[in-house]
Design a binder for this molecule. Structure first.
Ligand SMILES: Cc1cc2nc3c(=O)[nH]c(=O)nc-3n(C[C@H](O)[C@H](O)[C@H](O)COP(=O)(O)O)c2cc1C
Length: 178
């Protein structure tokens, strides 16, 4: 199963990228689950770190459910996100912080998901590259398998999207997950 995390706070450009990727992958017979952070309300990581020896304080909220049912089951985790001040948007950063609860579980697992990102922005490539680097470092900490073939960094000129490029990434994703 391929988990696509939509990291924007709204349904804009990155939602279109997510939809095109998911549409192609489903057409090719892949099971795809979209985690749409724009539509989700979840608690901030409260920083007490009890999750390192047991369960997250918020074990019954929507994000804990998604961690159990999607992230821990995924063969590939793909993040599609805008850049906010050289970094991931706040909701995606909170997703990352809350996923601290998964670290001991992934440490015990014998197989780990592939990881890739579509990161874009409208200001400059440097900030987009920084965001993308942070996300790849996060994946390494989680013990996932960062894959450069599905890493895309895009400066959106006049908010134009290159649909062919999205489909190329989708095809590569399909090929490497098979
Ligand atoms: C708070 C904020 C900070 C931003 N910072 C950056 C930035 O550092 N670099 C960049 O290229 N674009 C930046 N942008 C532009 C967004 O990345 C751009 O609007 C994004 O493509 C919106 O995607 P969406 O339509 O999917 O929400 C920023 C936008 C916001 C709202």
């Amino acid at each position: 199963m391929i988990a696509i995390i939509h990291g924007s706070h709204r349904h804009g450009i990155h939602w279109r990228v997510t939809s095109i990727l998911a549409g192609y992958l489903q057409e090719q017979g892949n099971e795809v689950k979209i985690i749409d952070l724009a539509e989700m309300d979840f608690e901030f990581c409260c920083g007490v770190q009890v999750c390192q020896d047991g369960e997250c304080v918020f074990k019954d909220d929507i994000l804990s459910k998604i961690f159990r049912e999607v992230i821990l089951q995924a063969d590939c985790i793909y993040i599609v996100t805008p850049t906010y001040f050289n970094m991931p948007p706040a909701k995606l950063k909170n997703f990352i912080d809350r996923s601290n609860a998964l670290l001991p579980i992934f440490e015990e697992k014998s197989t780990h998901p592939l990881f890739g990102t579509w990161v874009s922005g409208e200001a400059d490539m440097e900030s987009i590259g920084n965001n993308s680097r942070l996300l790849y470092e996060y994946a390494e900490i989680m013990g996932w398998k960062p894959c450069d073939e599905i890493k895309e960094e895009v400066l959106l000129e006049n908010t134009e999207l290159d649909k062919n490029r999205i489909l190329e990434i989708a095809k590569t994703l399909h090929d490497i997950v098979r």
